[in-house]
Design a protein around this ligand. Structure first.
Ligand code: ZN
Ligand code: ZN
Length: 141
């Protein structure tokens, strides 16, 4: 195996103590190449040589997410998206930008801005918040 991206995918599966299977390597390699949060349907063409169904890709993505290799990305879309977690990045929260033109989701570097001051009902507390920005990417603008 000489593809460095594929080798990295295998390495990530091993360090997560996951069995190295063809579909997992293919799905993770495709994600590493894309460098954007992806939905299962985005990866279908990338893994065409493996003849995986969207359901199979989705199941593999969920397995990878359960093992902390990738994580689920909350956007306001109906499709569930996933992104690769780099080692040590597990609790690094960042904002996501959704292009309403082409649907591409981009990770935005930098700290997530704090929650805007809101008055919560008595006894409520905030544990997490997500920042999802909507707009147009450079290609669509
Ligand atoms: Zn766009
Ligand atoms: Zn991200």
């Amino acid at each position: 195996m000489s593809d460095p991206v594929e080798e990295r995918a295998v390495e990530m599966l091993r360090s997560a103590h996951l069995r190295v299977t063809g579909p997992r390597v293919a799905v993770l390699t495709a994600m590493l190449r894309r460098q954007h949060p992806v939905a299962a349907s985005d990866l279908i063409d990338d893994v065409a040589s493996m003849r995986l169904s969207e359901v199979t890709v989705y199941r593999n993505l969920n397995r990878l997410a359960d093992s902390g290799v990738v994580r689920r990305v909350d956007t306001t879309e109906r499709r569930r998206r996933f992104e690769v977690l780099d080692a040590g990045e597990s609790d690094h929260e960042h904002a996501h930008f959704v292009c309403d033109g082409c649907g591409t989701v981009t990770c935005i570097e930098g700290d997530v801005p704090p929650v805007a001051p809101v008055s919560l009902p008595d006894g409520y507390r905030v544990d997490a918040h997500r920042v999802v920005l909507h707009g147009r990417c450079a290609t669509c603008d």
